[in-house]
Design a protein around this ligand. Structure first.
Ligand code: FRU
Length: 615
């Protein structure tokens, strides 16, 4: 059987379409019949493993019923090109080899006649092919060392688990376009959390609906009966309503069989994004589910992953109640500097974030296997706490079964306010860097969750390109160069000591006059990132922003670690006590860094800039 194999090629953007059509079938093999103004049949008469679908990002989705021997095998939604093809995506025909395949297409271009429909470029650019040659059209903004799909849309990270030396990462994926649609689980795997291999889509929409977020566990004790060490996925089936479903894999997460008894949890209002772990202390599975519109998390227990009992809920009326509650996670961590342990409950919310749109809220407290009890502050109130103080950090959850007691987390590096509009075309969204969660006690005597870059990131360092020792900072900036072959990628480490009244300002700049300003405010003990002049910002009124977060110190001693990966800046201060993640779209890479202080009593203690390589 022929396979719709995907190969990777790196060609300049302009060559992309040519490359796709070079592998196309000369004979055509497609019969196109226009049935009216907006309805078209495409019959596949050629024998090929792949159909290349031409996509135009800024037109409406067409609905495509894929008819196999006259029956609807699936329905997909694709922005079929009207006036120009931005990129092509492959549709895999191998499951239908030897059968009659007809695409019944309803376009949404508002045509008034069949002739208008005939003029759409998609009919000419749709081709049968021997395989899909992936050509990267996004070299300007595509990250080097962040996980991102090759093509198509991505949102939340899903189903992360670690097994046999591999970090598995699934994600909310549209394989047929770069805006949210056709929710499936894409799949990538890595040995080191940096270099990701892209694997075939793990779940596609089925009769119960599209596949929303969820999680995976390794069933070491075979509680569900799929076998010792089976990987079990729980996810939301999003049809007319939302239900929770289950699937199992006996090949380490490569392929899954959906459970015949789905759905396994139904409720009478919107609930989604199940996440779970095996509770060693109680000998049960513990599951948490976002009761999205009720602004709460629901907790269930089960002996076998299939039958679930509701135990409790947490959240109603507490902390940030705007928007919907989504993507929970719950884990225990040691408290830095003490022998104690505490539980962290992640409750992603959208909208309602401190700087608009999406963000990760969390609570610190206790978990007894049935009920979560949040810590209060000195005034007896359960405070609102945020895991990251940027605009582009959402749906953060952790890996199950991570080695060495690690609690490794990753988030979606975008914001629902503008994720569909960011200035990339062939793919949209990357994930944040992997981070290690920890709990620390801050000067206000409260416990907080921090996140430090995962140790694997240290290995990215290629060369130390700038170094500076102790020096006084003044209003005349000290200027440093980012690596010459920077290409928008580097790591910056800066340590300084500031006194009250001596704010420290770091400015990343390029030759186009674009800049990102990072300011430490010594009176407030906060750090801010201003991306209002960072490059392309006008694709959304919500994009230009200044984000601010506390630095959780009182002595003005600050160490900043910055990772710049073409279109993102992640800031970690004082070992990850503060994390701040913001997208940027400079028209040219930032080439320099200025550091200044206007108060006349701040000192730079140390500066190191590294070029990075993921080779
Ligand atoms: C969060 C979310 C989830 C849902 C998924 C759908 O970003 O809204 O609650 O499962 O995205 O793609």
């Amino acid at each position: 059987m022929k396979l719709c194999k995907s190969t990777l090629r790196s060609l300049p953007a302009a060559a992309a379409l040519l490359a796709a059509s070079a592998s196309a079938f000369a004979a055509g093999g497609l019969d196109v019949a226009h049935l009216g103004a907006n309805n078209t049949l495409v019959r596949i008469t050629g024998d090929a493993p792949c159909l290349l679908l031409p996509v135009q990002d800024n037109v409406e989705d067409a609905r495509i019923n894929v008819l196999v021997d006259g029956k609807i095998a699936e329905t997909i939604h694709v922005r079929l090109a009207k006036t120009a093809t931005d990129f092509t995506v492959p549709y895999d025909l191998t499951p239908y080899a030897g059968k009659n395949v007809v695409l019944e297409i309803v376009e949404n271009h508002g045509h008034q006649s069949a002739d208008e429909s005939r003029a759409d470029v998609c009919w000419n650019d749709m081709k049968l092919a021997d395989g899909f040659t992936y050509v990267d059209q996004e070299t300007k903004y595509r990250p080097l060392f962040h996980h991102a799909p090759q093509y198509g849309w991505m949102n939340d990270p899903n189903g992360m688990f670690y097994k046999d030396g591999k970090w598995h990462l699934y994600y909310q994926y549209n394989p047929y376009g770069s805006k949210w649609q056709n929710m499936s689980w894409g799949h990538s795997v890595s040995d080191d959390l940096i270099r990701w291999e892209h694997l075939p889509v793990a779940f596609r929409p089925d009769g119960l609906g599209s596949i929303f977020s969820g999680s995976c566990v390794v069933d070491h004790n075979n509680t569900a009966g799929f076998g010792n060490g089976a990987v079990v996925a729980l996810y939301t089936s999003a049809g007319t309503s939302q239900m929770q479903s289950m699937a199992a894999s006996t090949d380490g997460g490569l392929t899954f069989s959906t459970f015949g008894g789905n759905p396994i949890i139904t409720l009478d209002s919107e609930a989604r994004d199940p996440n779970l772990f095996w509770n060693e202390a109680t000998g049960e599975w513990n599951l948490y589910l976002a009761h999205a519109l009720e602004h709460e998390m629901l907790f269930f227990t089960s002996p076998d992953l299939k039958t679930w009992t509701l135990q409790s809920s947490f959240g109603k009326g507490i902390a940030c109640q705007d928007g919907v509650w989504e993507c929970p996670d719950l884990f225990e961590l040691p408290v830095d500097g003490s022998k104690g342990k505490k539980w962290v409950l992640l409750c992603n919310i959208n909208p309602g974030a401190p700087f608009g749109g999406s963000a990760t809220q969390y609570f610190i407290g206790d978990w007894d296997g049935h009920t979560f009890t949040a810590d209060t502050d000195a005034s007896g109130v359960i405070p609102t706490k945020w895991l990251d103080f940027g605009k582009d950090h959402y749906a953060t959850v952790s890996w199950s079964d991570a080695p060495d007691g690690r609690r490794t987390i990753i988030g979606w590096m975008s914001n629902w306010q503008y994720a569909n509009d960011v200035p990339t075309l062939q793919y949209r969204s990357a994930n944040t860097l992997p981070r290690e969660a920890f709990i620390f006690r801050a000067p206000d005597n409260q416990l907080y969750a921090g996140s430090r870059p995962s140790p694997e990131l240290d290995k990215l360092r290629a060369a130390l390109t700038e170094k500076a020792g102790s020096q006084k900072l003044s209003a005349t900036p000290a200027t440093f160069t980012l690596p010459a072959d920077n290409d928008g990628i580097c790591e910056i480490n800066v340590a300084f000591q500031a006194k009250k009244g001596s704010d420290v300002k770091l400015t990343l700049f390029n030759n186009a006059g674009e800049e990102v300003i990072i300011t430490y405010n010594a009176a407030d003990h906060t750090v801010a990132m201003d991306r209002t002049k960072s490059g392309l910002t006008d694709f959304s009124a919500d994009f230009p922003a200044v984000t601010v977060g506390p630095t959780f110190e009182k002595d003005g001693k600050i160490s900043l670690r910055l990772f710049i990966d073409r279109s993102s800046i992640e800031l970690f201060s004082n070992g990850g006590r503060t994390a701040m993640t913001n997208l940027v779209f400079p028209t040219q890479p930032y080439t320099g860094l200025r550091i200044a202080s206007d108060g006349n009593s701040a000192r730079l203690n140390d500066l190191k800039i590294y070029s990075l390589s993921a080779e």
